[in-house]
Design a protein around this ligand. Sequence first.
Ligand SMILES: *Cc1c(COP(=O)(O)O)cnc(C)c1O
Length: 417
Amino acid sequence: MTSPVWHPFTQHGLREPIPLVERAEGAVLHTRDGRVVIDAISSWWVTTHGHCHPRIMAAIAEQTQRLDQLIFAGWTHEPAEAVALGLTQIMPESLTRVFFSDSGSTSVEVALKMALGYWAARGEARHRIVVMEHSYHGDTIGAMSVGARGVFNQTYAPLLFDVSAIPYPAAGAEQATLDALEALCREGDIAALILEPLVLGSGGMLFYPAHVLAQMRAICTAHDVLFIADEVMTAWGRTGTLLACEQAGVVPDILCLSKGLTGGSLPLAVTMANEAIFQAHWSDDRAKMFFHSSSYTANPIACAAANANLAIWRDEPVADRIATLAAMQAERLAALGTYCHFDNARQLGTIAALDMRTQEGGGYMNSLAPRLMAFFRERDVLLRPLGNTIYVMPPYCITPDQLTKIHDAIGEAVISF
Ligand SMILES: *Cc1c(COP(=O)(O)O)cnc(C)c1O
């Protein structure tokens, strides 16, 4: 019997196997056919502390006994208040306001609407968004508009709005990025710059240095251009610090958080804004309110999961686990040596990546990716290469043995392909 399910980013015509997972704990998934698979990509970058973390599961169970869902326009509840307060305590001080939504894409849509709302309220004609080449901000129309254009969205190109792109600051070409940003900002109609700090995730785990991030922030500040940090992937310790921006001493005007916000257990997102952006929407005129909502804004059960995540960050040695994992990743990557089959072995915080050499050249549609995925699946390792880029981004609870198994599989792959 064929399943009626239409899966995301899946070409059903290729008839690739779709394993059924029955349960998970820590860094492993248990499939119905009895396999124990290591989740080397944190179930698409969301699972931070491990699957079914007992404190998060308990918080969810407890919340289900109290309040399941509540309209959030004009009403509030304890779990949301606690998440907002908890976030303002650990995120940069100037980000005083917390707007809830339910996915990374919507947190980006909200960020863009906030930026436009800010300039509209100030009566300045600034509508243009600057983006970085190779960026990814989600798959809704607005989020796609500010992301890289390519095979994944060319069908929808007629619906995407125009943006201005600066080049990715590749090693040795950082100045070109800064010059391009400076030139665009001088044009005077730029509302905001949106980018992924330090790591362009979907773009192929492309890293760039903290000093470039700091310089981009400085250029925006000098030209009054709002700085939106999409930390949907990079936050919650992924790059070694709570936020990637921290490593550059950068504080954004608007910050998007999602994936690890609930420890990866339930969908929830926030867009945090500074006081000036909130105040720009403050008025006694109802026509000037911030017009955004979704049905499940600040769902209480998802908020309970987020509070458990915040508690884990407060009470448990999360930073130590991240530092240990980062060291292990660096060591395993170095152990792969210098096979002639790959380039650009790189590691930042909990993320390790390398690029396979290929006759076809890189890119998302490179035929290596599905073949590599199958190769790893056969070895009970869940990896999902981005084109010719293999990366490891595991939950922080992964054991040394599990990590070794992942890197052994990669070692085997780099000599087999
Ligand atoms: C995953 C991701 C998004 C989109 O988040 P969804 O929850 O999948 O909508 C946005 N920005 C970045 C940087 C991401 O990695």
